[in-house]
Design a binder for this molecule. Structure first.
Ligand SMILES: Nc1ncnc2c1ncn2[C@@H]1O[C@H](COP(=O)(O)OP(=O)(O)OP(=O)(O)O)[C@@H](O)[C@H]1O
Ligand SMILES: [Mg+2]
Length: 427
């Protein structure tokens, strides 16, 4: 028996988690915890690996949906290449830029220059403000020339950059005789559409290969979670919980981050409710919370009209008998809802654009349908997620919390099959 130490107000022993950090979002797992991405690791290594032999690398673009291991695998391969290069007495640097933060050329080059300086004994002062990209590039070339045979630059979330000049600069640096250092760029994006815009803007000097990371299937997600089971105390995870969590996450998005988050949230739930084990019921509840969080995150940048449009679609689905609805039908309900929250409605065309934006974010799916010869074609919209989650996520917006809750909608619509139920009866 361990003796109780310190203030009894604080439990000295966590009954659920042992090494919770394994489940943190930013946690970078060790090599032996990376599962199901052997081919991808090989492919990335094949593109940048020439560096380790003192040869020029290829640039590579990695595409794939969120949570498919793009950032993890890129960092992993780059670090291994660096070690292998050093074994061959090649000075190889690795630089990681998150372009969702460093989203302009100035910010990105400044960060590149500063982290290069950090990694070396570069003496010159690099100003934080008041200078342009030209000066940062000068520092970058200077440091590369002085300290490195090769570098791998990871530009994560590259689609957030306001222009792609940095790609051009990095890939042409040798040609333009800025430096002799070999530069390998790994660009990462979860927007496959970025590819088209990149092709237009970028010239052949980037000479990049493309890799696509696919969503994980249930068995891969299971393995990923099994490899972090020691985040929990022994015997805490009930049989079948990891399987259920993997199945739920695979069905939804094949997103490893979400799967891990659900597992962690389930543990938190168990602890909050004083349970000694994590059960399937905890996983189910955690999955709901995670899904609502995800929707809230996706729509966090959306206008109030987009949120009302989503609410309108969700409420029609709940009170009606169909999964898909025309723009016009959503618009009609949307106008009614605007009245309830005393907001002036935008035009139907404006609402249509908001719906398109949501389709791009993956909250809804829109499909063109031929309405027969006389009717012409029209769009049908469906929700990608449970309408209940949309209702909850939208109502988390302080200005929209007075909208009817899910249960109220169910009661109103129940048995009536009436898609045009009058929501204003709530106000
Ligand atoms: N193959 C894997 N083995 C173990 N853990 C993984 C694996 N793939 C992803 N993970 C974990 O899942 C989370 C998400 O992975 P990662 O950040 O690489 O996704 P991503 O594809 O970059 O997503 P996003 O597009 O949202 O940035 C991380 O915490 C990572 O540790
Ligand atoms: Mg990423």
């Amino acid at each position: 028996m361990a003796e109780q130490a310190g203030d009894p107000l604080f439990q000295s022993h966590d009954p659920i988690f042992d090494r919770k950090e394994l489940l943190h979002v930013g946690h970078v797992p060790d090599e032996d915890r990376i599962v199901g991405r052997d081919d991808e690791i090989q492919s990335v290594a094949a593109e940048v690996g020439a560096i380790t032999r003192g040869d020029p690398p290829n640039n590579v673009m990695i595409y794939g949906k969120t949570g498919t291991g793009k950032s993890l695998i890129s960092r992993h391969v780059a670090t291994r290449a660096q070690t292998a290069a050093r074994d061959n007495e090649i000075d190889c640097g690795v630089l990681y830029i998150d372009c969702s933060e460093a989203n302009t050329e100035t910010r990105a080059t400044r960060q590149l220059a500063l982290s290069l300086k950090d990694q070396t004994g570069y003496q010159e002062n690099i100003p934080l403000r008041g200078v342009g990209t030209m000066e940062y590039y000068q520092h970058i070339w200077g440091i590369l020339e002085g300290f490195f045979d090769a570098i791998i630059v990871i530009l994560d979330e590259i689609d957030k950059l306001d222009n792609s000049n940095i790609l051009m600069q990095l890939s042409r640096a040798r040609e333009a005789q800025k430096t002799d250092t070999y530069i390998g760029v790994i660009g990462i994006s979860n927007k496959v559409k970025y590819r088209e815009t990149l092709d237009e803007r970028i010239d052949s000097s980037f000479g990049h290969r493309e890799l696509f990371f696919h969503p994980y299937d249930a068995s891969q997600l299971r393995e990923i979670m099994r490899n972090r089971e020691d985040a929990f105390q022994p015997e805490v995870l009930e049989d079948g919980t990891i399987e259920l969590c993997a199945a739920l996450a695979a069905k939804k998005h094949g997103d490893a981050r979400k799967a891990i988050e659900i597992l962690k949230e389930a543990g938190e739930l168990a602890r909050r409710t004083g349970s000694e084990t994590v059960s399937e019921e905890h996983i189910q509840q955690a999955q709901e919370v995670a899904e609502i969080n995800r929707i809230e995150e996706l729509t966090s940048g959306a206008t109030v009209h987009a949120k009302l449009a989503l609410y309108a679609l969700a409420s029609r689905i709940i009170t009606g008998d169909r999964e898909t609805h025309k723009t016009r039908e959503i618009y009609e309900r949307y106008v009614g809802i605007c009245n309830m929250v005393t907001t002036d409605p935008i035009t139907e065309n404006g609402l249509y654009r908001q719906l398109k934006e949501q389709a791009f974010l993956g909250v809804i799916e829109s499909e063109k349908t031929g309405g027969g010869r006389s009717q012409g074609s029209y769009l049908l919209h469906r929700l990608v997620t449970d309408p209940k989650h949309i209702i909850k996520a939208v109502r988390r917006d302080d200005s929209l919390e007075e909208l009817p809750a899910y249960d109220q909608l169910v009661e109103t619509g129940h048995g009536t099959g009436n898609r045009d139920v009058d929501l204003t009866s709530f106000s």
